[in-house]
Design a protein around this ligand. Structure first.
Ligand SMILES: CSCCC(=O)C(=O)COP(=O)(O)O
Ligand SMILES: [Mg+2]
Length: 223
């Protein structure tokens, strides 16, 4: 019997197009000015130092901006990029440039599950800060009180079983008591390898047949 639901964001609670047509273009547009203005502030400086260390070479301001924009365009799930995006998007949400897209069925079912006592958590490549912004400024208002935990790639890669084992430990749940929802088969395979239950959301894609399938949150069997 599931005690907890762990959900992906992009392609699961939220449309691919919101991420690719709203968030990523916003990041691309505002990244250069953001880096120029904030590169010497502690939080941003620490991230840029991590980036230089990761690249094993000194990168000047222009090289950093070019590299990050290239990564935005190729949707690189890099922890430094994702952390910077989280900082960047704050301004967009706070100024009302956009709200976080959540499918109506996802918002409604998450609220129902929470009301019945299921523990809810997020696992996304987007940084924890970005996750809290998306649900905090969502189309359905502030949904952050629904979630007990938020996990990003600092916990581990979404396609590796170890991340799901660590998440279950942190949530104080047996892996078998957690239902993981995602649109990406490699993520579902990794979660299943760690012992979690799985359901694939197929809102805009093709089901593979390897996991239970749901086209909306209304079709998810919590058992
Ligand atoms: C929650 S931040 C916006 C989405 C994002 O940047 C991203 O990489 C989404 O990845 P996911 O693991 O949720 O598919
Ligand atoms: Mg996804």
């Amino acid at each position: 019997m599931s005690q907890a639901i762990l959900t992906d964001i992009e392609g699961t609670t939220t449309s691919l197009s919101f991420v690719h047509d709203v968030l990523f273009p916003y990041a691309r547009k505002h990244l250069p000015a953001f880096i120029r203005e904030h590169q010497h502030e502690a939080e941003v400086k620490a991230l840029l130092d991590d980036l230089r260390e990761q690249q094993q070479r000194y990168l000047n301001e222009g090289q950093i901006i070019d590299l990050l924009i290239y990564w935005v365009e190729e949707d690189r799930k890099d922890t430094v990029l994702k952390s910077l995006q989280g900082l960047l998007w704050r301004r967009g949400y706070e100024s009302g440039d956009f709200t976080g897209h959540i499918y109506e069925d996802a918002a409604r079912r998450l609220q129902q599950w929470h009301a019945t006592g299921l523990q809810l958590a997020i696992f996304s490549s987007g940084s924890v800060a970005a996750q809290k912004l998306l649900f905090g400024y969502s189309d359905y208002g502030d949904l952050t009180p629904l979630f007990s935990h938020y996990f990003d790639t600092t916990t581990g890669a979404k396609r590796e079983a170890g991340a799901y084992t660590r998440i279950a430990e942190t949530m104080h749940q047996a892996p078998a008591d957690i239902l993981f929802l995602s649109d990406v088969i490699e993520e579902l395979n990794a979660a299943r390898a760690a012992g979690l239950q799985t359901t694939q959301l197929v809102r805009e894609g093709q089901a593979t047949g390897e996991h239970p399938v749901a086209s909306t949150f209304d079709a998810i069997q919590v058992g």
